[in-house]
Design a protein around this ligand. Structure first.
Ligand code: ARG
Length: 466
C-alpha cells in the first residue's frame, strides 16, 4: 500500500463519513503526540493478543508470523527514532496498526479481530504504568537507603525537636531523618498495593460488551505477566480508578518530599544554620552576590502542587462519566505521564541530595539549648521522685519562668536554686537536664535514644535488602 492509500484508509470508520475532519478537530482529538510513549506496551499487548488468536485457531500461523515480523520491524524503527508518527492516524494504536498493515498486508488487518481500541488503550496504560511503578519502587528504595546512611552517621547528633515550630524536646538528627524513611516505606507499600489493581487485563472486553470470538483472556494475562483479568467488560474499558489511585499514592510521596524540602530549606536558612546543601543543588542570585538558594527542595515543594493538581484533574475526569468508554478518558494520559516523570526525577534527585547534606551539629545543639527543651525531663524526674505528674508540670513551669527571667537554661541554675522549686531535687538532676541525658532517656521502641536509632537503622537495612 502506498502512503497515500494508507492515509485514506487510516480512518477505520471513514466509509460512513461524507466529509473529512477539519484540521482543528483533528488536532483537538488526536493523542498521538503524547500517547506514542505507550508504544512498547501497545506492541506487547498486540503480540500477546495475536499469539492467543493463533492458539485459538482464529488467526493462521502464517498471519501470526507476519504480525511478529512486522512488529519486530516497527519496534526497531521506533527505538531508532525512524518511525513516522502521523497526526492523521490519531493515536499510537492506529499509527502502529496502519504501519503493520503497510508492512505485512492482510495479516495486519486481522490483528484487531475481537479487539477494540477501548480495551487496547486500557491495557496499554496498565502495562505501561505497571512497569513505571516498578521503576519508582527502585527509586524509592534508593532514596530510603540514602536517608538511612545519613541517619546512621547522625544518630548521636542532637537538634531541637519542634511542635508548633517551637522548641519542644531534643531529638537525634538520625531519628528525625528516619521519620521520613517511615513515610517513604509506607509509600512503597501503597504503590505495591496499587500495582495489584493496575496489573489486570482489560483485553477481551472489546468495545464494551465482550466479544463473540472464543478468546482466551487468561492466556493473554499470563503472557503479559498480569495478575488477573478484569471481570466485567463495561468496567474494564471505562474505569480509570487505577490511574487515580496511582496518582494519589504519587501525591503522597510528593507530599512527603515536600515536607522534607520545607525542613531542608528552613535548616539551610541563616536563622537556623543547621545544614548546608552541596552547591550542585543550589543556585545563586543574579543581583545579590552573597546568595545561595536551595532551588532543588523549593522546586520539589512546587512540583508537589503540580502532582496533586494531576490527581484533582484525573479524579474530576472520571466524575459523571456514564458507562462505558468515553473519549474523556483520553485525557487521562498527560496528567498520568507528567506525574510519573515528575515523581521519578524528584526521587532520583533527592537520593543524591541526601548525600549532599553537610550537618552542623554545634548549631543544632545550640538551638536545642535555647528553648528549655529538657523541661519535660525535669517534670519526669520529679514524677519519678513521687510527685504526681500534673504537679511536677506546674513546678517546672515556675522553674522555667525563673530561668527565663535570669536569661539562663534550666541546667545553669544551681542545685539550691532548683531546690527552691521542690526539695526532692538532687545532684543527679543535672544529667537529666542535659540534652544528651534527655535523648538517652528515651530508650523506648520508636523513641529518639541513639541506641533505638541504631536499631531502627539495622531494621531498615534488613527490610530494604530483602
Ligand atoms: N486514543 C484513545 C484513548 O486514549 C483510544 C481509544 C479510542 N476509542 C474510541 N472509541 N474512540 O482513549
Amino acid at each position: 500500500m502506498s502512503d497515500n492509500q494508507l492515509d485514506k484508509k487510516s480512518q477505520a470508520w471513514s466509509a460512513l463519513f461524507s466529509e473529512p475532519m477539519s484540521e482543528l478537530v483533528k488536532r483537538y482529538t488526536a493523542s498521538v503526540f503524547f500517547d506514542q510513549r505507550l508504544w512498547r506496551a501497545d506492541i506487547s499487548g498486540s503480540l500477546a493478543h495475536a499469539e492467543m488468536l493463533a492458539a485459538q485457531g482464529i488467526l493462521s500461523a502464517d498471519d501470526l508470523a507476519s504480525i511478529e515480523r512486522g512488529m519486530a520491524q516497527i519496534t526497531e524503527d521506533i527505538a531508532a527514532g525512524r518511525f513516522e508518527w502521523k497526526l492523521d492516524l490519531e493515536d499510537v494504536h492506529l499509527n502502529i496498526e496502519a504501519r503493520l498493515t503497510q508492512l505485512v498486508g492482510d495479516a495486519g488487518k486481522r490483528l484487531h479481530t475481537g479487539r477494540s481500541r477501548n480495551d487496547q488503550v486500557a491495557t496499554d496504560v496498565r502495562l505501561w504504568l505497571r512497569d513505571e511503578i516498578d521503576a519508582i519502587q527502585g527509586l524509592l528504595q534508593a532514596l530510603q537507603l540514602a536517608l538511612v546512611d545519613v541517619a546512621e552517621k547522625n544518630a548521636e547528633v542532637i537538634l531541637p525537636g519542634f511542635t508548633h515550630l517551637q522548641v519542644a524536646q531534643p531529638v537525634s538528627f538520625g531519628h528525625h531523618l528516619l521519620a521520613y524513611v517511615e513515610m517513604f516505606s509506607r509509600d512503597a507499600e501503597r504503590l505495591a498495593d496499587v500495582r495489584k489493581r493496575v496489573n489486570r487485563l482489560p483485553l477481551g472486553a472489546a468495545a464494551l460488551a465482550g466479544t463473540s470470538y472464543p478468546l482466551d483472556r487468561e492466556r493473554v494475562a499470563r503472557t503479559l505477566a498480569m495478575d488477573g483479568v478484569c471481570q466485567n467488560s463495561l468496567d474494564a474499558v471505562s474505569d480509570r480508578d487505577f490511574a487515580i489511585e496511582f496518582t494519589a499514592a504519587a501525591s503522597l510521596v510528593m507530599i512527603h518530599i515536600s515536607r522534607l524540602s520545607e525542613e531542608l530549606i528552613l535548616w539551610m536558612s541563616q536563622s537556623f544554620g543547621f545544614i548546608d546543601l552541596a552547591d550542585r543543588f543550589c543556585t545563586g542570585s543574579s543581583i545579590m552576590p552573597q546568595k545561595k538558594n536551595p532551588d532543588v527542595p523549593e522546586l520539589a515543594r512546587g512540583k508537589t502542587g503540580r502532582v496533586v493538581g494531576h490527581l484533582m484533574g484525573l479524579i474530576t475526569l472520571m466524575k459523571g462519566q456514564p458507562l462505558a468508554y468515553n473519549k474523556d478518558n483520553q485525557e487521562d494520559k498527560e496528567p498520568l505521564f507528567d506525574t510519573v516523570d515528575t515523581l521519578k526525577d524528584t526521587l532520583r534527585i533527592f537520593a543524591e541530595l541526601a548525600g549532599g547534606i553537610t550537618v552542623k551539629p554545634e548549631a543544632m545543639e545550640r538551638a536545642a539549648l535555647k528553648g528549655y527543651a529538657t523541661a519535660t525531663d525535669l517534670a519526669d524526674y520529679l514524677t519519678k521522685k513521687g510527685l504526681p505528674f500534673r504537679d511536677a508540670h506546674e513546678v517546672v513551669a515556675h522553674a522555667v519562668k525563673t530561668a527565663i527571667a535570669k536569661g539562663v537554661d534550666l541546667s545553669q541554675l544551681s542545685l539550691p536554686e532548683l531546690q527552691v522549686f521542690n526539695p526532692a531535687v538532687e545532684a543527679d538532676v543535672f544529667e537529666v537536664l542535659s540534652l544528651r541525658g534527655s535523648l538517652n532517656a528515651r530508650n523506648i521502641l520508636g523513641g529518639t535514644a541513639p541506641a533505638q536509632v541504631r536499631a531502627q537503622v539495622a531494621r531498615h537495612r534488613a527490610r530494604l535488602a530483602s
